[in-house]
Design a protein around this ligand. Structure first.
Ligand SMILES: O=c1ccn([C@@H]2O[C@H](COP(=O)(O)O)[C@@H](O)[C@H]2O)c(=O)[nH]1
Length: 292
């Protein structure tokens, strides 16, 4: 029987439950796992599916069915839907709607960021009530300046949704930008801006999260970043296929570990297409994240 997460679909008007509060409840009830839905061409082939919209649909809905009751969130990778054009985006709309039906929170991994006027349109697409692509949260790139994300930060607060801002990404190239400045690094500026933004949220978890790769090793200590002070969820991709382990995450994040939502895509999806195999792979990762 799936464990219900209260308020997965935000209600109308002010006073609705915040994303941070809903995600905190989901992590407490189910554990700190986010399963990525990344329909790579190679995975579609391995599942015996065609690299077209029908294959994409079958893949995504199967992965969702397998993990919806055990993950705190699912994270569809938007690029892998976009590569199928409008038919792919129609599948993504269906996946987001089905996740709502199955009471699992969604992170649309779209990594959006632009000048404010265009940012308002991105915010509308991913965070506005009634938008066909509305998700519970979306990933954002702060490369145009944290404040350029304002339309998304404000709309998320208004609609009970959330954002995850890239701070320290899991790829090795990220350091060439994010570590610049040493103790006053680019990453520090982003984490401090996120912390300030979370002061508008009551409760233990704000709705402005960060993306910090599970693979960042000693970077948090080297850059003297205090992620616990951010009071927002930390989406940590890089488990499995990129080499990070659930046990290693505790060392990497230290005091901030209770805020961490570990995310894994290919490592779990490679166990498909059978629901049972997918569930077992997700449960193995979850057990590791729980320290079992
Ligand atoms: O720093 C980042 C930000 C996002 N990602 C995304 O997460 C998944 C990881 O997939 P795996 O198969 O588990 O490696 C993918 O969608 C990335 O675009 C990231 O890896 N690192």
């Amino acid at each position: 029987m799936p464990e219900q997460v209260s308020g997965t679909t935000p209600g109308p008007g002010a006073g609705r439950e915040s994303f941070g509060s809903r995600l905190g409840a989901a992590m407490a009830a189910r554990g700190p796992l986010c399963v990525g839905i990344d329909p790579h061409p190679a995975l579609l082939k391995a599942w015996g599916l065609d690299d077209d919209a029908a294959g994409l649909r079958r893949f995504s809905l199967t992965a969702l069915e397998a993990v919806a009751s055990l993950a705190a969130a699912v994270k569809p990778q938007v690029a892998l839907y976009e590569r199928h054009g409008s038919a792919g985006l129609a599948v993504l709309e269906e996946v987001l709607a089905e996740a709502r039906n199955q009471s699992v929170l969604t992170v649309a991994d779209a990594k959006r960021g632009d000048i404010g006027s265009t940012m308002a349109a991105y915010a509308d697409a991913w965070l506005r009530d009634g938008s066909p692509l509305a998700a519970d949260s979306v990933t954002l790139s702060p490369y145009l300046g944290f404040e350029s994300l304002r339309p998304a930060l404000d709309l998320a607060a208004e609609t009970g949704r959330g954002v995850f801002v890239l701070a320290l990404t899991s790829n090795p190239e990220g350091a060439s930008v994010q570590h610049v400045g040493g103790k006053d690094s680019v990453a520090r500026r982003i984490t401090e801006a996120a912390a300030a933004e979370n002061s508008r949220y009551a409760g233990s978890l704000g709705s402005v999260g960060l993306v910090v790769g599970a693979t960042v090793g000693s970077a948090l200590a080297d850059l003297e970043l205090d992620l616990a002070a951010v009071r927002g969820p930390i989406l940590a991709p890089g488990l499995g296929a990129q080499g990070a382990t659930p046990a290693g995450l505790r060392t990497t994040f230290g005091d901030a570990y209770p805020l961490v939502l570990g995310t894994s895509s290919r490592d779990i999806l490679a166990a498909g297409p059978e629901i049972r195999g997918l569930r077992e792979a997700a449960l193995r990762t979850l057990a590791g994240l729980r320290g079992e």
